[in-house]
Ligand binder design. Structure first.
Ligand SMILES: [Zn+2]
Length: 493
């Protein structure tokens, strides 16, 4: 670990002057925007910046693998516990979604945050009543039941309580942790305090001698599996040109999921609306989103060999990184912005620019600018339909204030004009991986296949977390130094 670690803590990335984007944009209105090809042609530095950011991200990808083994073990044992638990038979049907690539990166910046969805089967028929344009629902049984789900019904004996399922998930995870031993006994898992609008049970892996500092964070999200899709999403996502008719049919034959998430509401609403919001479920398609990422090509040959490599995943990573850093620099102005906006714009871009040749690896800079332009255009028009629930506009004034949208458009313009300064890593070079020696071959292959990146140097990482982790990193660095010195010695003999 370089000693510059703490230099990265609170500052914005270098070379970023938080300009007043509004004024700039007004000056620029007379200038005609360049198309991505011209822009890249005119600015080789911009192309270099994009390429070097992707390379840095790639180098960082092994950072989180030391964590993967511990998270794997936790996951497998929790599942065993739930399946054999007689307390709540509904949790005996539990399974983790998408075995094989269950690690969904929450943040590009934070290598040790993991997300896992725990699916639950309901054998009874359900009524799904939308509470908005199709994202949030009230879930009712069609008739009273004596099956295990009974324990999670409201007083009407029909409405499924999201808060009770989440509460029970918390209780079971706590119970599990009482007997579970982390393979490396220097660590232990702790359950975090419940957050009101979060559908997850959040856990931290801590090292006691470190003053209970968090090293890994895991979100376990319970999700009800429902076979028939509600009306609002019945058409299925618009992927025909991009992935083909057959893929669309296959997607439509998959179940959809509902996670126990409370809906945020305006104040002056009826008691009924308030109660529905409190017990609401949000529809989730993250299993299909993962599938999109895995089989992302217009042709099956995409990314099969070196000659057919595309840059789609890299473009999404870069956009997510840009969003994280924008939020870091302008937390108040861009409070409404989240990485899902970027992911949604990305999927729309993929279905519009569907040909594999439009995403050739060598064209990464141009492709990324195309994506940023598309994102900017959504913001400019105030229209970003949810990819699966097209009636739901993620950029509607209720969801995303106009002022924030204008601000977003302006900063995106500014970023392109200035050569994407926010993508520049803080100098000097990134730190070495945390614990490369703990990476099993299997985990490494899995991680490499996932092609996920994680710059540990990203400045928006929670600064208190960095302050806490620095002593650990220093120790690891010293251990690595010692190891290298020892090895050098042996080699000489
Ligand atoms: Zn590809």
């Amino acid at each position: 670990m370089q000693k510059n670690g703490d230099a990265n803590k609170k500052e914005s990335p270098p070379n970023v002057t938080p300009v007043r984007p509004v004024q700039r944009a007004q000056q620029e209105q007379s200038e005609k925007p360049l198309d991505p090809e011209q822009l890249i042609l005119n600015s080789p530095q911009l192309a270099d910046q994009i390429k070097s950011t992707v390379n840095d991200l790639k180098i960082r990808q092994e950072d989180r693998s030391w964590a993967a083994d511990l998270v794997n073990d936790f996951r497998e044992n929790l599942l065993k516990f739930l399946r054999s638990s007689t307390d709540q038979p509904i949790f005996q049907s539990a399974d983790f979604l998408n075995t094989g690539s269950y690690f969904e990166k929450v943040k590009i910046s934070s290598p040790n945050e993991f997300d896992m969805m725990l699916t639950l089967q309901v054998s009874t028929r359900l009524n799904l009543t939308p509470l908005d344009d199709g994202l949030f629902y009230r879930i009712d049984l069609t008739r009273p039941t004596r099956t295990p789900i009974q324990a999670f019904l409201m007083e009407d004996e029909l409405t499924l309580s999201s808060s009770r399922i989440l509460g029970e998930m918390y209780r079971l995870v706590r119970k599990f942790l009482k007997t579970y031993k982390v393979p490396n006994d220097c660590y232990h898992w702790e359950v975090n305090k419940k957050k009101p609008y979060s559908p997850a049970v959040t856990l931290s892996l801590c090292k006691p001698e470190n003053g209970s500092d968090e090293l890994i964070s895991v979100d376990v999200v319970p999700a009800l599996e429902v076979q028939s899709w509600p009306n609002a999403v019945r058409g299925g996502p618009n992927v025909e040109n991009w992935l083909g008719k057959k893929a669309r049919q296959e997607i439509r034959s998959l179940p959809c999921y509902f996670v126990p998430k409370r809906r945020k509401l305006a104040r002056n609403l009826s008691e009924e609306a308030k109660s529905d919001a409190k017990e609401s479920w949000r529809i989730s398609f993250s299993h299909i989103e993962k599938r999109f990422m895995a089989a992302h090509g217009n042709k099956k040959t995409c990314c099969e060999s070196k000659s057919t490599k595309c840059c789609r995943k890299q473009c999404l990573m870069l956009l997510k990184l840009l969003i994280e850093r924008l939020k870091h620099c302008f937390p108040k102005e861009l409070d409404a912005l989240c990485s899902y906006h970027g992911k949604t714009a990305f999927f729309h871009t993929l279905s519009a620019r569907y040909s594999d040749s439009q995403w050739a690896k060598k064209d990464l800079p141009i492709c990324f600018i195309h994506l940023v332009d598309a994102f900017e255009d959504h913001a400019h028009r105030g229209v970003l339909p949810h990819f699966f629930v097209p009636q739901c506009n993620l950029f509607s004034p209720d969801a995303f204030p106009r002022k924030a949208l204008t601000f977003l458009v302006d900063v995106l313009k500014e970023q392109k004009k200035e050569g994407l300064p926010l993508l520049k890593p803080p100098a000097p070079a990134p730190a070495p991986p945390l614990k490369p020696e703990t990476v099993s071959a299997e985990t490494f292959a899995e991680l490499a296949a996932e092609n996920s990146f994680s710059p540990s140097w990203f400045p928006s990482v929670d600064s208190s977390f960095i302050t806490k982790i620095i002593p650990v990193l220093m120790l690891v660095f010293l251990a690595v130094l010692f190891h290298v010195a020892l090895k050098g010695n042996q080699d000489r003999h």
